[in-house]
Design a protein around this ligand. Structure first.
Ligand code: SF4
Ligand code: SF4
Length: 190
C-alpha cells in the first residue's frame, strides 16, 4: 500500500532583484549595519543592551551547572582523593586518556587508592563519560576550560594537579545528585 505523498517545496524562482544580485547584497549589508549601530548605541549608553556580548576576559559568564569543563578529582577534607581506584572511569574513557595506578590500603575503610592518577588533557574531549561511570562521585566535570599550553607535556595532569576540594565542586555535585536522584555522596564504607 503506497504511503502518504508529501509535497516538498522546491527552491523558489528568483525575482528580478535577486537575479540582479547587487541589491540583495546591499539589503544584507543594511541588516548588518542596523545590528551594528544598535549594538553600538547600547554599548555607549548602556541602555537597551539586549545583545549577548561578553567582554572576555574582563567579564566571565557563569556557566550553567550542566556545563562540562575539564574533569577533576574530588578532594576530601583530609586532603585525599575520594577515588578508590576501581578503574571504571579509565575503562569508560573513549579516548584512553586516563591512567591509574592503584595502591592498597589494608588498614583503611577503603582498600584501594590511586597511587597515580593521570589525565592527558590533550586527548580529553570533555565528554563526561568518566564522571558517569564513577560509582563514588570521585571524578567530576569542572568549569575549567582555559587550559591551553605551549607544549603537549604540560597537558599531562597528574593527581596533584587534578585534585579540587569538594566544597569548590558543590554546584556540580548537587547537580549530579539531582540528575541521579541521590540524596548524598555514595558511601565508601560499604
Ligand atoms: S571527559 Fe571523556 S575523554 Fe575526558 S577523561 Fe573523561 S571520559 Fe575521557
Ligand atoms: S571510577 Fe571513580 S572511583 Fe573509580 S577509578 Fe575512576 S575516579 Fe576513581
Amino acid at each position: 500500500m503506497p504511503g502518504r505523498v508529501i509535497k516538498v517545496k522546491r527552491a523558489e524562482k528568483l525575482g528580478l532583484l535577486e537575479r540582479l544580485y547587487v541589491p540583495m547584497i546591499a539589503k544584507g549589508l543594511l541588516v548588518t549595519a542596523r545590528h551594528f549601530f544598535r549594538n553600538l548605541r547600547g554599548f555607549i549608553t548602556g541602555k537597551n543592551r539586549t545583545d549577548f556580548v561578553v567582554q572576555f576576559p574582563e567579564e566571565r559568564i557563569d556557566y550553567p551547572d550542566a556545563f562540562r569543563g575539564m574533569p577533576v578529582l574530588v578532594q576530601l577534607e583530609n586532603g585525599e582523593p575520594r577515588c578508590v581506584a576501581c578503574g571504571l572511569c579509565e575503562f569508560a574513557c573513549p579516548t584512553d586518556c586516563i591512567s591509574i595506578v592503584a595502591g592498597e590500603l589494608p588498614d583503611s575503610g577503603i582498600e584501594r587508592y590511586p597511587e597515580a592518577f593521570d589525565i592527558d588533557m590533550s586527548r580529553c574531549m570533555f565528554c563526561g563519560l568518566c564522571e558517569e561511570a564513577c560509582p563514588e562521585e570521585a571524578i567530576v566535570m569542572s568549569r575549567e576550560v582555559e587550559i591551553s599550553t605551549f607544549t603537549r607535556d604540560a597537558m599531562l595532569y597528574r593527581k596533584a594537579d587534578l585534585l579540587v576540594p569538594e566544597n569548590l565542586l558543590k554546584r556540580r555535585l548537587d547537580f549530579l545528585r539531582g540528575e541521579y536522584e541521590r540524596e548524598d555522596a555514595p558511601s565508601q564504607s560499604g
